[in-house]
Design a protein around this ligand. Structure first.
Ligand code: S3P
Length: 173
C-alpha cells in the first residue's frame, strides 16, 4: 500500500453511471479514514424519496437544481470522499466548483462492463427511457471527454475495486 497521502480537500469521484463511484468511494474513504458521502443517497435522504421518484414527480431540471445546491454544501465542509451522480460533473458550474475546491477522480470503465452493471438495476431514470445500450452509448460519447477533465483518471474495468483504490491513493500521494 502506498504511503497514505495527507488529505486537505474533499476527493470527488466522477464518471458515468455504473463506473463504480460509490463502491470504490466507500472503500477509499475507509482506507483514508475519511467520511464517505454518496451524493444521490444524500439527495434521497434530504428529499425523502428516491432519485427515480424525484425525476418522476418533479422532472430532471429539478433534480439538477438539487445537485447544484448540495454540491456547494458538500465541498465547503470538512474533507470527505464524495461519490457524485453521473450528471453532476457534466454541469459547467458544478465542475468549476469541484475543480476549484476539491480533488477530482474520474472512474472509467469499458462500455460492455458498464452496460452489464447498469442492466442489473432499474433505478436510473435516464436509462429507463428506451434502449439502455443506445442511451448509454450516447451518454458515454458525450460525457466521457468531460469526465476526463478530472485531476486523476483511473480505470475500473478490470480487477478488484481494492486495486483501483490503491491506484487512487498512489496518485493522490
Ligand atoms: C445520473 C446518474 C445517477 C443519478 C441520476 C442521474 C446521470 O447516478 O444521479 O439517475 O445523469 O448520469 P449514478 O451515476 O450514481 O448512477
Amino acid at each position: 500500500m502506498p504511503q497514505e497521502p495527507k488529505i486537505d480537500k474533499t476527493i470527488v469521484l466522477v464518471g458515468i453511471m455504473g463506473s463504480g463511484k460509490s463502491a470504490i468511494g466507500a472503500r477509499l474513504a475507509l482506507k483514508l479514514g475519511l467520511p464517505f458521502v454518496d451524493m444521490d443517497k444524500y439527495i434521497e435522504d434530504r428529499e425523502g424519496i428516491t432519485i427515480s421518484e424525484i425525476f418522476e414527480k418533479h422532472g430532471e431540471p429539478y433534480f439538477r437544481g438539487l445537485e447544484r445546491e448540495v454540491i456547494d454544501e458538500l465541498v465547503a465542509g470538512e474533507p470527505c470522499v464524495l461519490a457524485t451522480g453521473g450528471g453532476a460533473f457534466i454541469n459547467d458550474e458544478i465542475r468549476a466548483l469541484i475543480k476549484k475546491k476539491a480533488r477530482s477522480v474520474c472512474i472509467k470503465a469499458d462500455f460492455d462492463i458498464i452496460l452489464e452493471r447498469v442492466s442489473r438495476k432499474n433505478t436510473r431514470p435516464l436509462l429507463e427511457k428506451g434502449d439502455k445500450a443506445s442511451i448509454l452509448k450516447d451518454l458515454m460519447e458525450k460525457r466521457c471527454p468531460i469526465y476526463e477533465q478530472a485531476d486523476i483518471i483511473v480505470d475500473s474495468s478490470e480487477g478488484e475495486h481494492d486495486i483501483v483504490v490503491y491506484r487512487i491513493i498512489e496518485e493522490l500521494s
